[in-house]
Design a protein around this ligand. Sequence first.
Ligand code: SAH
Ligand code: SF4
Length: 375
Amino acid sequence: MKTPLFDTSALQSRATSHQLPPFKVKQIFFELFKNQRIHREEMTTLSKDLKAELAQSFTPLSLSIIETVKSDTTTKFVFQTLDGYIVEAMLMLHRQDEKYAPYSATSPRKVAGRKLNRITLCISSQVGCPVNCLFCITGKLGFTRNLSWDEIISQILYANRRIQQQFGKKEDGSLRAVRNVVFMGMGEPLLNYDNVIQSIEIMLAQERLSLGRRHITISTAGIIPGIKRLIADKVQVKLALSLHAPHQVLREKLMPIAKAYPLPALMEVIDEYVAATDNRIFYEYIMIKGITDTPALAHELVSLLAGRLAHVNLIPYNPNPVLDFLESDVKNIQLFKQILEKGWLTVTVRESMGREAKGACGQLGWENVKKRVSE
Ligand code: SAH
Ligand code: SF4
């Protein structure tokens, strides 16, 4: 199998064996990461000979695109790995004044015509997922394999190229690019620790993607050993914990992984993480009608998070036809939010971007599951 063009060690060893001068290696990286060119033909700063030489053993990206599904605010990319598996990433376009738009589950906000001010890419870390949370469609796909670090980075390089094609340059002539990366696509990132961390190093590196630490979020279902490694390795990116229930009994029902990593032990390691990093934790809490959205549970959540450095993100459940749950009513979401706010928690309700494209949280992989169900 061909090596990705941005594999430093492969390029470096080629540099030694084929006298590839360091400036050419630099040129290659510049084309990929800074000029956002992902096709060999477009890399105009590389000589013909160099391109031909690279074509023999390198591939610019480790994934190919097979489908793009666009809506007003999102673009879903469906990729195929070189060995034929499907993974997805979701581009979310935030426009000016978005923060102030009221939450509404029924009327998606119209954003066309407003200035683009933030671009977030939700990326996948595994093909499928072994954790199998009851409400998640990716879980239903089962687990196939981890994505390699280069497959993770390829999702961003591909998205950057598409952003450039769609939106052109900024007013100051610089290129637009993904500014925020969230590991909230398919898979559990802390069960693919090494590849995720290696990809984060490339995201952070000045001469690569040059993203800010606070612009990268790892979302986890609560894999205790993974969180301990983040502490030990001093990985200073944002951490989101998929909590979804304020007590063990309900959590275990919704997320079987909670049996292996029970809530009290999980909160203990989260406290260690906060003490070590001083980072606020983003607690994700899914709003499923009649199951997670009662006022009593809101009060329990207040007690659980009292005194903790926390931000709660309420995620309206994204319905899909193969699962039985229903989305909470808007008024119940508002009531739940008010109870948390009275308990001095900061709360946001996540806009369910990407529903039209079947790429919202928990819906990635939807088409594949649909195919399986109808087979
Ligand atoms: N495996 C990681 C990251 C991917 S899931 C994790 O679980 O955190 C990203 C987020 O989407 C998680 O908070 C997850 O719980 C949530 N999610 C899964 N299915 C969902 C659904 N049907 N509706 C809304 N959110 C969902
Ligand atoms: Fe896996 Fe996250 Fe889905 Fe749970 S919610 S099955 S951990 S992707």
